[in-house]
Design a binder for this molecule. Structure first.
Ligand SMILES: [Zn+2]
Length: 353
């Protein structure tokens, strides 16, 4: 049985730090899966816990065993044997997207699971062809966590251990417009950027890729990283999740900001030096709790074993703001070692939000 055979103490500490506090929920899942495998959990059971394909868990273990990689610096290198899209036809995809009845003229922000697409050009063309046939303006996160650095000191209550950062500044990559998005973003942002009209915003960690959304991309500022989502919301935009749950839904972070929730300072390496990136959002691990309050506004469609879910930004933002207004600790995660959720709770005790 394939499993993580051995972990040194320092590797285990690193995986635990990533599981507790990494910015990307998907990296937290991945680190946790490796820890579970090391504890003897079978691949099938880990796949069930995180509702992913067992081939994807096997792929994470292969990569880890090969070079202790968490896939932070690129795509999964081991191709997933049979990606989900490879089994679907173009017509099936188009029909499933149409069934969601998102108005054709409204912009969509799309989050697609990294396990959805394989590495073949045919699969990418099929997926993009179907999205492009059904929707007009399309945007997707193209985040690059591999640019992040941690300075020796910084703001207090910022969920950063300045003395023992979990990342090594020496591993950080410079942000450039063609830097590959981090593994958790999946392949969609790269596919978008391969299109003749594909554009990317310039935030060194939280850039977005899109077609026909130039105004949204241009609205992004270092101090306002989620401004593109606000532009989409103003235009009656929608969120589309493909084979991925609410923890990947970046627009919930925008609603948190609007509700006044504490934000964070992060840093990124650029050719111009290390830049402060204020108003960085918190932890998304607790966003699954939103599924119930938004259930009446979510349109769902099953595509073979993959779930599609869509909700208008208007409804998503309204419900999220209302939840946080009633309970300023709503949607925080339950991992007691999660530094960002703990920092938010401290802030709530201090000033009530
Ligand atoms: Zn948390």
């Amino acid at each position: 049985m394939k499993r993580v055979s051995s972990l040194s103490d320092s590797q285990e500490v690193k995986l635990r730090a990533f599981y507790d506090n990494h910015e990307a929920p998907q990296v937290r899942k991945r680190a946790h899966s490796l820890l579970l495998s090391h504890q003897g959990y079978p691949i099938k059971e880990i796949a069930d816990i995180y509702d992913v394909h067992p081939d994807l868990v096997a792929c994470w273990i292969d990569e880890w065993e090969k070079d202790n990689s968490l896939g932070l610096y690129g795509m999964a290198r081991s191709p997933i044997q049979r990606s989900l899209i490879s089994k679907m036809t173009y017509r099936e995809l188009v029909n499933a997207f149409r069934t969601l009845e998102i108005p054709a003229d409204k912009p969509v922000i799309v989050h697609a699971s990294p396990g959805i697409l394989g590495n073949t050009q045919g699969e990418k063309n099929k997926f993009w062809g179907a999205l492009d046939a059904v929707y007009g303006p399309i945007m997707a996160p193209a985040f690059t966590y591999q640019t992040m650095t941690v300075p020796g000191e910084g703001p207090e209550n910022n969920a950063v251990d300045y003395d023992n950062p979990p990342i090594d500044n020496g591993d950080a990559l410079f942000f450039t417009p063609d830097l590959q998005p981090s593994f958790p973003m999946g392949k969609l942002p790269e596919i978008i950027l391969d299109q003749p009209y594909g554009k990317r915003s310039r935030h060194p960690i939280l850039s977005f890729a899109g077609v026909r959304v130039e105004d949204a991309l241009e609205a992004q500022k270092l101090s306002d990283p989620l401004a593109p989502i606000e532009v989409l919301a103003d235009k009656g935009g929608w969120v589309l999740l493909v084979g991925i749950d609410q923890t990947a839904n970046t627009s919930i972070h925008h609603a948190e900001q609007l509700a006044g929730r504490k934000q964070f300072m992060r840093w990124a390496l650029t050719p111009a030096g290390s830049l402060e990136c204020p108003n960085f959002p918190g932890c998304a691990q607790g966003f699954s709790a939103l599924s119930q309050p938004i259930q009446y506004y979510v349109k769902k469609e099953k595509l073979r074993s993959t779930m599609l879910a869509a909700i208008s930004l208007e409804n998503l933002i309204r419900v999220t703001r209302e939840l946080i207004r009633k309970d300023p600790t709503a949607l925080l995660c339950e991992n007691g070692r999660c530094a960002r959720c703990e920092a938010v709770r401290r802030e709530v005790r201090r000033r009530g939000i």
